[in-house]
Design a protein around this ligand. Sequence first.
Ligand code: ZN
Ligand code: ZN
Length: 399
Amino acid sequence: MNGSLLLRNARLLDPATGEYTEGDLHCVDGRIADEGPADVRTLDLRGAVVLPGLIDAHVHVTALTADLGSLPSTSPSYAAAHAMRTMSQMLDRGFTTVRDASGADYGLADAQAEGLFRGPRLLFCGRALSQTGGHGDSRTRGANAREDHPCCAGLGRVADGVDAVRAAARDELRKGAHHIKVMASGGVASPTDRIDSTQYSADELRAIVEEAEAANRYVAAHAYTARAVNRALELGVRSIEHGNLIDDRSVELFLSHNAFLVPTLVTYWALKEEGREHGLPESSWRKVDDVLGAGLAALERASRGGVKLVYGTDLLGGMHRRQNHEFRLRAEVQTPLEVIRAATTTAADLLDLTGEIGTLAVGAHADLLVVEGDPVEDIGVLAEPKNFRHVIQGGELVA
Ligand code: ZN
Ligand code: ZN
């Protein structure tokens, strides 16, 4: 039977408690089950650890280069071919679900779901909404014509004014967006904005949140500074991406609004190390320092304050191979178990897939990772994919 598998002699990790149970795990029809037929494929794990397949809530699977300005003139079919390879490699790194934070569309998500290529389950938002001159506007100062026509491979779409942002949000929802992404502050990889700028007026942000909520979806906002983050939270944004420069007021707002923070530390680490080799322009490379050091301090502040934290990486181009290094970076200020929850249970909550993924509970998708070593003792087990023995997706051995 497809999607059926028996894992024997496993150490099963419950990320919610950090406790192990020794025993067997049945996968039936792609789901975790109480019991199953005996005549299915069986793996004797001899005491290896099984945990839920990992979730990365901030990726850009179509970002084939760190030179984001070149994406709008890239052929969509070329970008799709790159994305399929990138997603296949994500699966090998133990990620069985990813949330795309702009760029991926329904075509890629449908193709993955139909099994046309191997890769993690893909939750997409389409294009990120950006104001003129915002983080999603990839034009340099000298360029006037916009290249963000609907069929190009860019990550953002520019919309200004309440009516236009409403229409843009509705258009992404029409195409099946799982969430709406907005650029609510400046960023690193954009040519003309400043990290400390806020982007979009309160009226525009409010309109976008209203459209997302009307469709029972939510808004994820790119934002760095406390000023930008706090304003976005007050206006109803549910997921803050990056948040490197948050303050104590931000922590209060995360709690009172039941919002999530998705730090992406590894991208700054990777951009600093090797961004220029991968096409990041010099002007963007110089912005990295502003956010790199602050990121860990922000994570520590949020973690101490009880903010719901979710695993994100935000890697671009050839830097995708660093995806698991985020585990090691976060473990500088958090326990391994806290970091594991960010990539399993808490991520599932953010994605509105509680009980479906990120858990070994009966009924959940049988998306699993089998590793050598104890990740609760040593986060290095998850930071290095060489420790992964098997990746299982919907009850099928895929790596
Ligand atoms: Zn961003
Ligand atoms: Zn991003």
